[in-house]
Write a protein that binds this ligand. Structure first.
Ligand SMILES: *Cc1c(COP(=O)(O)O)cnc(C)c1O
Length: 824
C-alpha cells in the first residue's frame, strides 16, 4: 500500500461545465478583449482578437486541466514524464478548439463580430521549439497521452528563440532569430513557486562515514535558477489536459546593485546574462568549445530541474522514494536527457541517503530510453575533461556505473573488444563520455522507432549491450496524432470520410479501413479528387503569396519537405528533376506528366553540404521555371521556413510523398505517415517506417525502389565505386556535367564542386547507385498518374489503411510494455 500524504481538499470547487454556444463565446471573447487584453472592440487589431479568443478558449482548457490534475491525485495514478530537448508543437489555438469541440461556435462568435477566425488564427506564432521529427514526435505524443487518458508531463526548455527562422536570399539559406514570444504567450503560466537551483562546476568533497562507506558532497562553483512555465495540452474531446512544463533560466541575483552603482553596468548584469544564455536558443552551434559547453549546460539544466520537480511531487504525495518506479515513468527522448541517469542517482544517493544498489534499482526501473538514430556522428558523446569540469559529481557516478557494468560483462566472459564497445567511456583518441551507452545502462527498456531501425540497433550501436541485456531492446514504431494531421489540417477529407463511414471514425480511427469499400467507387473517387484539388489550390495560393511563383493545381504535386540532410537525399530528387528537365527539352513530343516539385526544410547552420543542396534546389528552380521550352511541364519550388503550420498546408495538398533516404539511415520518419494518411502515394526506399507503411497500405499502393538496408551495407563493404556508376549512367553524367559547366550557377561554375566531388568520391549515401532505380520508379509514377482511376484507388487505400500509424497506438504500446500505466 502506498501512503498518500497529500489529498485534494474534499471541498475544492469543481468548475461547472461552461456553455459552448456561439452567443456565450461571443460575450466571453468581448469580455476578454476588454478586461484581459485591455482593448475596445472599436480599435482592436487582429492580434488583440487573437489574444481575446485564446483567453476565452483557454478558460475551458483550464477547467479540464484542473479536473485532470485532481483525478491523477485522487487515483494516486502513475505519471509519465516525457523528457525532450525539443517540443515542436506549432500553433495551439486550432488544436485546443478542435479537441474541445469549439471550432463551430468560435467561428460563429467571431463572425458576428466581423472577425475572420482563419485570418486571426494565422497570426499565432508557431512554437518552434524543435528541429524536426524528434521534436514533432514529442508534440504528437503529448497530445496522444492526453487523448488516451494517461497522466503525463512533458519536460523541456522554454527557448527564448527556438530554432532559427529561415529566409532564402539569392537562393541561399540565411538564419534569423525566431521571436515567437514577441507578442507574449497567452498559453503559458509562469510558476514562480516551481523554481529550482541548478548547479555547475566546483568540486566534490568526500568523507568516510562510520560504516566505512563514503559520503560525497558536491560543492559547485555556480548556481542558476530554473523557473517553470506550464502550457496545458488538451486531449481529444477534452477528456484529459496534461502539462507541458518548460524551464527558463534566471540568475539567482538578477542584478548586482553594488557593482551597478559603482558604474560597472555590464558587470552588474553579467550573471543574469550568463544564466539566460542557457535558454536562449535551440542547438547552439557546437563547432566551438564554448558551444559544446553550452549544450551540455542546457541538457543538465532541464534534466536536473525536471527530476527535482518530479521527486518533490512524488515525496509530497507518497512520502517515500521506494515507490518511485510504481508512480513515475521517465521516458528519455533520445540521449539529450541521458544525464538523468546520473542525476537521479545523485538525488537518491547523495541527497536522500539511499544505498547505491537500492538507488540503481529505482533508477533503472523508472527510466527508459528511445533511440532515434544510428548515424555515428549523431550519437552524443562529451569530452571527458568538459564533463568533469562542468559536472564533477556526475562524472564520478558515471565511473561507478561503468565499473559495475564492465564487471558484469566480464563475469559473462565478454571479450576486450566487447568491453570497449559497451563501456560508457570511449577510450579512442580523446576520452569521451558516451550518452547512448549511459542511457542504455540506466534504463529498463530501450526502444527503436520502427521495426527495421530496432533490428539494426541490435546489430550495430548496441550489439554488445544487447548481448548482455537481451530483453531490454523493444520496438515502438512512431505515430502521428490524427487530430492535428487529419481532422484539423484536412477538413475537406475529414468531412468526406465521416460522410462515407460515419462520425465514429473520429473516436475510433481503426474504422478508417471501411473506406477500402469506396476505393473503386467512381463517385467517391471524384469527391476525393475534389478535396485534393481544393487543398492544392490553397497551397498554390500560399506559394504565390510567399514566393510569387505560379503553379498549376492540376499538375502532380510532388513533395519532399523535411530537414535538409544528405542521408534524406534531397539531392537525388533534385538531380532527377534536372534529368527530367533535359528530357522534356530533348523529347518535346512525349506526353510529359506536368509536375510541381516542392521542397522545404532547414539545414543546420554549420552544415555546409546541406546548405549547398538548398542553394542547388533554388538555382535549378530559377532556371527551370523560367525556361519557355519546359512549357510549364516542370516547376520547382523551395518554400522557405518549413515548420508545423506550413506542413499543415502542404501535407493535405501532396499527390506524391518523397521518402527516399538511403536504406538503413532513417530511423522511422513521421512525415511519411502524415502524407499517406492524407492520401498521397509514397515513392520511397525500404527504410524506417516505410517498410511498415508498405505492409499496411499494400505493396500495390506504394512505389518502392532502390537498395535495401542489407544491400547498402554489402555494397559499402565491397568497396563502392560511384565513378564507374556515374560513367555507366549517361543521364546522371549529363546532369553532373551541366552542374560543373555552371548551367545553374552562371559565372560561378565551381559553386557545386563540393557536391559533385562527394558524388564522384565516396558518395556515402549512394545517390549515384540508386539514381537509375529512382528515375525508373518516377516513370512508373507518371504512368499511374495518367490513369486517374487507378491513382485515386491507390490514394484512397492509403488513407484507408494508415490508422495503425496513429500516435494513440504507439502510446498505448509504450503504456503497456514500457511504462506499465493504464490507457484508454
Ligand atoms: C513531421 C515533421 C517533420 C518530420 O518529417 P520527416 O519527413 O519524418 O523527417 C519535420 N518537421 C516538421 C515541421 C514536421 O511536421
Amino acid at each position: 500500500m502506498v501512503q498518500t500524504v497529500t489529498q485534494i481538499h474534499p471541498d475544492a470547487p469543481k468548475p461547472a461545465p461552461r456553455r459552448t454556444d456561439a452567443a456565450t463565446l461571443r460575450a466571453e471573447i468581448l469580455e476578454k478583449l476588454a478586461y484581459t487584453v485591455g482593448k475596445d472592440p472599436l480599435v482592436a487589431r487582429d492580434h488583440d482578437w487573437l489574444a481575446a479568443t485564446i483567453h476565452a478558449v483557454r478558460d475551458r482548457v483550464i477547467d479540464h486541466w484542473m479536473n485532470s490534475t485532481r483525478d491523477a491525485y485522487a487515483k494516486s495514478a502513475k505519471r509519465v514524464y516525457y523528457f525532450s530537448l525539443e517540443f515542436l508543437i506549432g500553433r495551439l489555438l486550432r488544436d485546443a478548439m478542435s479537441n474541445l469541440g469549439l471550432v463551430e461556435p468560435v467561428t460563429q462568435a467571431l463572425k458576428s463580430l466581423n472577425v475572420d477566425l482563419d485570418l486571426v488564427e494565422a497570426l499565432e506564432p508557431d512554437a518552434a521549439l524543435g528541429n524536426g521529427g524528434l521534436g514533432r514526435l514529442a508534440a504528437c505524443f503529448m497530445e496522444s497521452m492526453a487523448s488516451v487518458d494517461i497522466p503525463a508531463y512533458g519536460y523541456g526548455i522554454r527557448y527564448q528563440h527556438g530554432l532559427f527562422k529561415q529566409k532564402i536570399k539569392d537562393g541561399q539559406q540565411i538564419e534569423l532569430p525566431e521571436d515567437w514570444l514577441a507578442h507574449g504567450n497567452p498559453w503559458e503560466f509562469e510558476r514562480r513557486e516551481a523554481a529550482y537551483d541548478i548547479s555547475f562546476g566546483g568540486r566534490v568533497e568526500t568523507v568516510e562515514k562510520d560504516d566505512n562507506s563514503f559520503k560525497h558532497t558536491w560543492r559547485p562553483s555556480e548556481t542558476v535558477q530554473a523557473v517553470a512555465f506550464d502550457t496545458p495540452i488538451a486531449g481529444w474531446r477534452g477528456k484529459r489536459v496534461n502539462t507541458l512544463r518548460l524551464w527558463s533560466a534566471q540568475a539567482l541575483d538578477p542584478i548586482r546593485l553594488d557593482a551597478f552603482n559603482r558604474g560597472d553596468h555590464v558587470g552588474a548584469l553579467a550573471e543574469q546574462n550568463r544564466a539566460e544564455t542557457i535558454t536562449q536558443v535551440l542547438y547552439p552551434s557546437d563547432s566551438t568549445e564554448a558551444g559544446q559547453e553550452l549544450r551540455l549546460r542546457q541538457e543538465y539544466f532541464f534534466v536536473s530541474a525536471s527530476l527535482q520537480d518530479l521527486v518533490r511531487r512524488h515525496l509530497k504525495q507518497f512520502g517515500a522514494l521506494e515507490s518511485l518506479p510504481d508512480k513515475v515513468a521517465i521516458q528519455l527522448n533520445d540521449t539529450h536527457p541521458a544525464v538523468a541517469v546520473a542525476e537521479l542517482m545523485r538525488i537518491l544517493v547523495d541527497l536522500n541517503g539511499l544505498d547505491w544498489d537500492a538507488a540503481w534499482a529505482l533508477t533503472t526501473a523508472s527510466i527508459s530510453y528511445t533511440n532515434h538514430t544510428l548515424l555515428p556522428e549523431a550519437l552524443e558523446t562529451w569530452p571527458l575533461h568538459l564533463f568533469e569540469r562542468l559536472l564533477p559529481r556526475h562524472m564520478q557516478i558515471i565511473y561507478a556505473i561503468n565499473a559495475k557494468l564492465l564487471q558484469e560483462a566480464r563475469a559473462r566472459s565478454a571479450s576486450d573488444a566487447q568491453l570497449a564497445s559497451l563501456s560508457l567511456i570511449d577510450e579512442h583518441g580523446g576520452r569521451r563520455v558516451r550518452m547512448g551507452q549511459l542511457a542504455f545502462a540506466g534504463s529498463h527498456k530501450v526502444n527503436g522507432v520502427s521495426g527495421l531501425h530496432t533490428e539494426l540497433m541490435k546489430t550495430t550501436v548496441f550489439r554488445d549491450l544487447n548481448d548482455l541485456f537481451p530483453d531490454r531492446i523493444t520496438n515502438k514504431t512512431n505515430g502521428i496524432t490524427p487530430r492535428r494531421w487529419l481532422f484539423q489540417a484536412n477538413d475537406g477529407l475529414t468531412r468526406l470520410i465521416t460522410d462515407a463511414i460515419g462520425d465514429k471514425v473520429l473516436d475510433d480511427l481503426d474504422s478508417l479501413t471501411e473506406l477500402n469499400r469506396f476505393a473503386g467507387d467512381a463517385g467517391f473517387q471524384q469527391r476525393f479528387a475534389e478535396v485534393k484539388r481544393a487543398n492544392k489550390i490553397r497551397l498554390a495560393r500560399e506559394i504565390q503569396e510567399r514566393m510569387g511563383l505560379k503553379v498549376d493545381p492540376s499538375a502532380m504535386f510532388d513533395v519532399q519537405v523535411k530537414r535538409i540532410h544528405e542521408y534524406k537525399r534531397q539531392l537525388l530528387n533534385i538531380l532527377e528533376a534536372i534529368s527530367v528537365y533535359n528530357q522534356i527539352r530533348s523529347h518535346p513530343e512525349k506526353n510529359w506528366v506536368p509536375r510541381v516539385k516542392i521542397f522545404g526544410g532547414k539545414a543546420a547552420a554549420s552544415y555546409w553540404q546541406a546548405k549547398l543542396i538548398i542553394r542547388l534546389a533554388n538555382d535549378v528552380a530559377r532556371v527551370v521555371n523560367a525556361d519557355p521550352a519546359v512549357r510549364g511541364l516542370l516547376k520547382v519550388a523551395f518554400i522557405p521556413n518549413y515548420n508545423v503550420s506550413l506542413a499543415e498546408v502542404i501535407v493535405p495538398a501532396a499527390d506524391l510523398s518523397e521518402q527516399i533516404s538511403t536504406a538503413g539511415m532513417e530511423a522511422s520518419g513521421t512525415g511519411n505517415m502524415k502524407f499517406a494518411l492524407n492520401g498521397a502515394l509514397t515513392i520511397g526506399t525500404l527504410d524506417g517506417a516505410n517498410v511498415e507503411i508498405r505492409d499496411h497500405v499494400g505493396a500495390d499502393n506504394i512505389v518502392i525502389f532502390g537498395m535495401t538496408a542489407e544491400e547498402v551495407a554489402q555494397r559499402r563493404a565491397q568497396g563502392y565505386d560511384p565513378r564507374s556508376v556515374i560513367e555507366a549512367t549517361p543521364e546522371l553524367k549529363d546532369v553532373l556535367d551541366m552542374m560543373r559547366a555552371g548551367i545553374f550557377s552562371p559565372g560561378e561554375p565551381d559553386r557545386y564542386k563540393g557536391l559533385i566531388d562527394v558524388l564522384y568520391g565516396s558518395d556515402w549515401f549512394l545517390v549515384a547507385a540508386d539514381f537509375a532505380a529512382y528515375t525508373k520508379a518516377q516513370r512508373q509514377v507518371d504512368d499511374l498518374w495518367s490513369e486517374p482511376q487507378r491513382w485515386h484507388d491507390k490514394a484512397i487505400r492509403n488513407t484507408a489503411n494508415m490508422a495503425w500509424f496513429s500516435a494513440d497506438r504507439t502510446i498505448r504500446d509504450y503504456a503497456r510494455e514500457i511504462w506499465t500505466v493504464p490507457s484508454m
